[in-house]
Design a binder for this molecule. Structure first.
Ligand code: ATP
Ligand code: MG
Length: 442
């Protein structure tokens, strides 16, 4: 992509409304535009990141055996009346009437709808386990939307729902999602720590929030530093082995970790002092076993091996890709801008032409650009007539992992500069080394 053709509305000034660094940088880098309270458009740079975040989530959900569907955003109130939640949900739910005066709502979550899909088709335990997920916009009329896409009213969510014959099956399904989450966040360069969350009237210990440590986080969290060194399972972990998956969960739930709501001073005291990490955190995911809470009122049953009807045991598993995009920036930036992990970077390489219009610089840039494009690399080629200083500032602000800098002096010597955005390390290399470094076939 040529920057001269790319819609990248960079802001020079720090937007006054932005209180936290991710919100500030997302606005400055032209990733998002606020449309109303807690409502944002995703501009091309932001959309590219959001898509990559979703793609990682999707790959890990699929790997763990979940299947993608897509349910509507607008739901009928009838299903929610059936489950008993229509009145309970309160003001966070946006309630709408259609022209027939039917009660509708903009979905804040999809337990009812997915249970309705399930009960329409699945009748036997032989069709279990089943886990269906979608990535869809949600609306919650939050009391206090703030921090940009971190807490907005309209936001993207991946929500998965598992269906099993009994508690044992549901627990195995829960564990698979637990492990999928560990892999998902790690692939985005994040250290997400699973923390025991409140299970309310459901009870039990199958509810975890996945929390990223960041000083701007909304919750106070307490955990053992041991989490920082725990290995995350590789891509070839066997999701069909309940024992293997359960073992990972056991290791990841052994050290102490809790948000302030669940904090237990007595247990905390037992963590050796030098291992205690009291910090702030951002919730990026939440997994929850709720058993037959919806299957009972909505009569979602299957015939078991005993020939009897059983209410299916369910769980739900949420991740907020829009919040995650901001959380990644909270975890990875410096005073000059964003530092994207390669896995979610909107482009891999910024190709900076320091002197657009100079025939040698243009020629070398075009050659490098064509080679990288042909090799399938994602390049943002700054071919604009801005000053070099402004170009460097833009490249640092939007945070692509690599910068290839082409200037007249270097070109005369057959050289360009390769800069690593994360480390700041710069290397002068022959033009041909760029092709080699990024796998271009000549
Ligand atoms: P919170 O406590 O932050 O309000 P929640 O417990 O209401 O979150 P869930 O219902 O578990 O969240 O939703 C699953 C995921 O969706 C959350 O982990 C978060 O990543 C994301 N999410 C929830 N609310 C918002 C929001 N208002 N804006 C952006 N993302 C959100
Ligand atoms: Mg909430």
């Amino acid at each position: 992509m040529r920057l001269s053709r790319f819609f990248l509305p960079i802001l020079k000034e720090n937007p006054r409304e932005a209180e936290i660094v991710s919100h500030r940088l997302m606005l400055r880098a032209g990733m998002i535009r606020q449309q109303g309270a807690g409502s944002f458009s995703w501009l091309p740079l932001g959309k590219r990141v959001l898509d990559k975040v979703c793609q990682i989530i999707r790959e890990e959900q699929n790997r763990a055996g979940a299947q993608e569907i897509l349910m509507p955003t607008i739901q009928s109130a009838d299903l929610w009346i059936e489950s008993g939640r229509y009145n309970d949900y309160g003001k966070e739910m946006l309630r709408i009437r259609d022209r027939q005066d039917r009660a509708m709502l903009y979905g804040p979550t999809n337990e009812e709808m997915v249970t309705d899909i399930f009960r329409a088709y699945v009748k036997s335990y032989k069709d279990l386990p089943l886990n269906l997920y979608h990535i869809q916009w949600k609306f919650r009329d939050e009391v206090r939307p703030r921090f940009g896409v971190m807490r907005s009213r309209e936001f993207l969510m991946k929500d998965a729902y598992s269906f099993d014959l009994d508690y044992e099956g549901a627990k195995a399904a829960y564990n698979r999602m637990f492990v999928a989450y560990l892999r998902t966040f790690t692939r985005m360069g994040l250290n997400a720590i699973p923390m025991r969350a409140d299970t309310g009237p459901i009870g039990g210990d199958l509810s975890h929030e996945f929390i990223i440590l960041a000083s701007t986080g909304e919750s106070a969290v307490f955990c053992d530093r041991a989490f920082l060194d725990l290995p995350v399972p590789p891509a070839d972990i066997d999701f069909t082995s309940d024992a293997e998956i359960g073992g990972v969960v056991a290791r990841w739930t052994a050290p102490y970790a809790a948000t302030d709501e669940m904090h237990d001073e007595a247990a905390w005291e037992k963590v050796p002092e030098e291992k205690r990490l009291a910090a702030r955190g951002i919730e990026v995911g939440h997994i929850f076993h709720f058993g037959t809470k919806y299957s009972t009122p909505m009569k979602a049953t299957v015939t078991g091996p005993d020939g009897q009807e059983h209410f299916v045991s369910m769980g739900s598993y949420g991740i907020g890709p829009s919040r995650l995009t901001a959380a990644i920036i909270e975890a990875s930036h410096d005073e000059n801008g964003i530092i994207w992990p390669e896995s979610v970077a909107p482009f891999e390489i910024a190709l900076v032409n320091m002197k657009a219009g100079d025939s040698d610089c243009d020629r070398v840039c075009e050659e490098i650009y064509a080679g990288l494009q042909a090799a399938g690399r994602e390049v943002l080629y700054d071919d604009t007539d801005q000053r070099a200083g402004a170009k460097f500032a833009t490249a640092d602000l939007i945070g692509l992992p690599w910068q290839v800098i082409v200037g007249p002096r270097g070109v005369a010597a057959g050289e360009v500069e390769l800069k690593n955005r994360a480390t700041g390390e710069r290397q002068t290399v022959p033009v041909s080394a760029i092709a080699e470094r990024f796998g271009v076939n000549r």
